[in-house]
Design a protein around this ligand. Structure first.
Ligand SMILES: Cc1ncc(COP(=O)(O)O)c(C=O)c1O
Length: 372
């Protein structure tokens, strides 16, 4: 089996397994306890916080550990909404459900939300965003890269607009961190979501970066953990694994970008050379280096993947309910027809993907496609 679904999740890095194993065996103290067991656990959490902060150019006291990306996104959105009580929020039409669903909820409770359209490449327009800002705009939330297409939004520009207009700005960087450089200062982000399991760390842990001057109401109420933003005894060993994943991401990032770019380019070229009419969805260059979202003319993406079920693990952005296929909302927002959107497959490479696997995968896909 060749694993080409690294945007869904990644396997744990060996270093992460070692760090977590050691922690699980020996480091069981409560980080809030004053004795030596507690102090050891506290040191583990704080060490991880430094590593996660280092990966995105933040300072450690700007990192709030959460249960993952969904919670970080909810914290940014509801935390801002609760602070203001009412107002207007700007987002894009291609956000992850963990952004869109909280916004839908807020719309039902008196907030208004503008969903910016995207162009054929999947970009929102910063100029159009500027035009939609109102006196009562309280938050702009636009994802850094899209999970289905890998398209990278002009976040630096959007962030500077938000900063100039003194509006809180959140970006969901779940898919970007560990795959491309992410620096909170360069992006002008006040709030930024990070997810451990998207870059070789464990699942069920993530973080919200919160710039010091940004104010949020917490989602949960309890003791004073995480600077009062997220009560509950810390998930110490998952946080340790997350920190290790961040540490190795810093060291490997350049190589990861180079290798994944080369191999995804190779895969695309192999497929393009043998399957006439395939279409790359998203921008040809301004994309995560590991992500290929491709429409295969005349077939249904999920049917193609079923044919490949013993050879390749990948995914489609479409949903299947009661035997009926629903096209991906992201691809539809980019102007694809139902047929083009339903024929899409997302192939997402990882740091361990090899050239041999890519050549094998290309052959298998071509064979499966022809058989359909
Ligand atoms: C863009 C994006 N945001 C948020 C999330 C949510 O992360 P988690 O499932 O860890 O809560 C994901 C996960 O797929 C994602 O791709």
């Amino acid at each position: 089996m060749i694993y080409l679904d690294n945007n869904a999740t990644t396997p744990l890095a060996a270093e992460v397994i070692r760090a977590m194993d050691k922690c699980l065996r020996t480091n069981f103290g409560n980080p809030s306890s004053g004795h030596s067991f507690g102090i050891t656990a506290r040191k583990t959490v704080e060490h991880a916080r430094e590593k996660v902060a280092g990966l995105i150019g933040a300072s450690p006291d700007e990192i709030i550990f959460t249960s993952g990306g969904t919670e970080a996104n909810n914290m940014a959105i509801f935390g801002t909404a609760k602070r203001f009580g009412s107002g207007h929020i700007i987002t894009s039409s291609i956000e992850h459900p963990s952004v869109l669903k909280p916004l839908k909820y807020l719309e039902q409770h008196g907030f208004s939300v503008t969903y910016l359209p995207v162009d054929k490449y999947g970009f929102i327009s910063p100029a159009s965003l500027s035009r939609h800002i109102r006196k009562d705009t309280i938050l702009i939330t636009v994802m850094h890269s899209n999970n289905e297409t890998g398209v990278l939004q002009p976040i630096g520009k959007i962030g500077s607009i938000a900063r100039e207009r003194r509006i809180a700005f959140h970006t969901d960087a779940a898919q970007s961190v560990g795959k491309v450089p992410v620096n909170v200062k360069r992006l002008n982000a006040g709030l930024l979501t990070i997810v451990s399991h998207k870059f070789y760390g464990p699942k069920g842990v993530g973080a919200l970066y919160k710039r010091k001057d940004v104010k949020l109401e917490p989602l949960l109420y309890g003791a004073s953990h995480e600077n009062g933003m997220r009560p509950g005894t810390e998930n110490v060993c998952s946080i340790a694994g997350f920190g290790t994943a961040a540490e190795i991401a810093v060291k490997e990032l350049k190589d990861r970008v180079r290798n994944m770019k080369r191999l995804s380019g190779l895969l695309y070229d192999e497929l393009r050379g043998q399957i006439p009419g395939i279409k790359l969805n998203g921008h040809p260059a301004k994309r995560l280096p590991n992500t290929l979202n491709i429409s295969f003319p005349g077939v249904i993406g999920s049917v193609l993947l079923e044919k490949l079920e013993n050879e390749i693990a990948a995914s489609t952005g479409s949903a299947c309910h009661e035997g009926k296929h629903t096209p991906s909302a992201v691809l539809k927002a980019m102007g694809l027809s139902d047929e083009q959107a339903l024929s899409a497959v997302r192939l997402s490479l990882g740091r361990d993907t090899t050239e041999q696997q890519i050549k094998k995968a290309a052959k298998a896909i071509v064979r499966a496609y022809r058989s359909l």
